[in-house]
Design a protein around this ligand. Structure first.
Ligand code: IPE
Ligand code: IPE
Ligand code: MG
Length: 251
């Protein structure tokens, strides 16, 4: 039997890496943050946008190459209509306000998710933003919007089926909405819940998970560093034994 360490397909064998290459975040807790301050929920979403702006900066400073955030899930359509409308408007506004700044900072923006049901102004804004930032290489920012992990797997399988391609792990991975980046190394969820809520499913097979009670608008640099420090302490084995991992590190 071969003793060559082999990472799972699509998983970077970066056990010795201290800073995660790819950080994914479930930005949860906006509503509760607002409620605690007797503000409407949408005020929490607005404050959450500010947090995201700061996290982008900290990520670049720390050498994170890919940041993926969950902004609106397939299931969030079930919220009251006025909240959904406010989130859609905030996204349109954010694209108008932020894209020039992101572009200047060298951020390449992607918006993984279904376009079905989105207002045409938003669909257009997304396409323009993706086009404008396509050649940037400082940080890849994936803002998952109208995204669901199950939707992603199904749309990838459908794309393969439509072309009559055999369904293999690598073909499916290539057809998924995050095929342009390696799988997340670290997934952070704020807001105290310890669940995935249909965020990335396929891609987090070997991600390290970090849960914090901190509500997203209150997530700060110290808490981000706590997550990065926790990640640096983890031993990623990808199915191997601890001894194999240590031997591979020493080699
Ligand atoms: C996350 O914050 C943002 C979205 C899901 C759009 P929430 O709005 O879920 O905030 P809580 O969980 O109700 O506090
Ligand atoms: C997950 O948060 C979705 C986003 C952060 C966009 P939710 O607040 O929708 O998750 P649940 O409903 O509590 O699981
Ligand atoms: Mg929530």
């Amino acid at each position: 039997m071969s003793v060559t360490p082999a990472a799972a397909p699509g998983v970077a064998p970066d056990v010795a890496r201290q800073v995660p290459h790819h950080v994914a975040i479930v930005m949860d807790g906006n509503g509760r943050w607002a409620r605690q301050r007797l503000l409407p929920r949408v005020a929490g979403h607005r404050a959450g946008m500010e947090t995201l702006r700061r996290v982008i900066g900290w990520s670049v400073q720390r050498g994170v190459q890919v940041l993926t955030v969950f902004a609106f899930s397939s299931e969030n359509w079930s919220r009251p209509q006025d909240e959904v409308g406010a989130i859609l408007r905030l996204m349109v506004q954010a694209l108008m306000d932020e894209v020039p700044r992101l572009d200047e900072a060298g951020v390449r923006l992607h918006v993984p998710g279904s376009r079905v049901g989105l207002p045409s102004a938003l669909v257009q804004g997304i396409a323009e933003a993706e086009r404008r930032t396509a050649s940037n290489d400082r940080l890849v920012l994936n803002v998952c919007f109208n995204y669901g992990g199950r939707w992603d797997i199904v749309q990838a399988a459908q794309a393969l089926a439509a072309h009559g391609e055999p369904i293999t792990e690598s073909a499916l991975a290539q057809a998924m909405a995050l095929a342009h980046v390696p799988d997340p190394d670290l997934v952070i969820r704020t807001g105290g819940e310890q669940r995935i809520s249909n965020f990335l499913l396929w891609q987090i097979a070997y991600s390290e998970l970090f849960f914090t009670d901190r509500l997203w608008p209150a997530f700060d640099e110290v808490e981000y560093d706590r997550a990065l420090a926790a990640y640096a302490q983890r031993q990623r084995r990808f199915g191997r034994t601890p001894e194999q991992v240590q031997a591979a590190r020493a080699a």
